[in-house]
Design a protein around this ligand. Sequence first.
Ligand code: ZN
Length: 452
Amino acid sequence: MKLYNTLTRKLEDFVPRDPQRVKIYTCGPTVYSFAHIGNFTAYVYWDLLIRVLRQNGWTEDRVLNITDVGHLTSDADDGEDKMEKGAKREGKTVWEVAEIYMNDFLANFRALGLIEPTQICRATDFIQADIALVEALDAKGLLYETSDGLYYDTAKFPKYAELARLDLEHLRAGARIDFSAEKRNVSDFAVWKWVREGEDHAMQWEYRGRMGYPGWHLECATIIHERLSEPIDIHTGGIDHVPVHHTNEIAELEGAYGQKMADVWLHNNFITVEGEKISKSLGNVYEFKDLQAKGFSHMDYKMWVLQGHYQSERNFSFEDLAAARQRRLNYRNFAALRWQKQTTDMSDVKAAILAQLNNNLNSAGALAELDKCVAQCVPDEDFVRFLDEVFGLNLITESPDINAELKEKIAQRGAAKKQRDFAKADALREEIAAAGVALLDGAESSVWQYAD
Ligand SMILES: [Zn+2]
């Protein structure tokens, strides 16, 4: 299996350190508002990753975090904590806000049929471990204190520029004028923030006799250390996290404890919606409830995501979503052929699909392999199960057999047609259609499909 590793900028053969426990960490959502459809492409792609790992015989130990504290509206350690912002907007406590949007996120996660991570960890459950990590960094002389909090002196961590291939000289030259005068280097970042005089920050913990809260990157470093233990095999996240969030996670974890954080870094690209960046002002921030209002299901959206590649920028439109829906329904009718005809040998198709998926999760290529045979082949139960294992489209449960009464009517209609009793044949066809089943007539016999 090959994966594109951001760390090396190469397509590499994936070899887990322990095939019985492939350790994977996925940066999860900040739960301060409803997730939009753009947020979920990543989770569909990482679900595909888990499914392909399993096809290769590996077993995953996967952690997803839920950010419920410390993620600021700006990457530059100023700006508001997103959780506090959400709470003020809604007149609720930060804890209530976290609960509401975490539950909404998980409900959508499950409706998409995504494999449940081994562990889901909330940032606020790891504050003491965060503090232990801060102490370890401090003991190594990597931190300094400012009026705003404890900052990481990135000049003291030689690998700092590695993941993002940052040009630190260039960064220094381009530093903004308003860059905090107390920071030693432009890339330095807050590991732990103090609650400032007069600042309204509900989530706060005492450390060194002052109230404060963790900087955003800290939770990922801590949770990996506590729940998976570094080095892990795969770390996933959005491509926007490369230069700041993931770079800082590495500096924190590797700086504190000396072990490599992750062997392989996978980054998903983003989607635009109707040709534009997703933004409130453009009115294109669609949530699943907006898709449902237009008659689309979570599975239709998932089908649309799987038609693309995690590294490609993609554009979402309702026209394309409708096409994806049709494709999914075609697969469902393909799956229903197993009730009607002699099945064919699908081993070559299965091998071709797996070869595509093992090539850096090429789901579009894998679906193209499936399309090549949909018109000619008849799958058996095992093959449909395999499709569900790799794509997670619930084809088995969505393609039930029809009842005996309908089967009898289909047989009677076939007989009436042969006897050239077209009035009877047409009447029976209508009765069958009323039960949600359509008939496709071939030269010898007809095949039924679900009518919608
Ligand atoms: Zn993270």
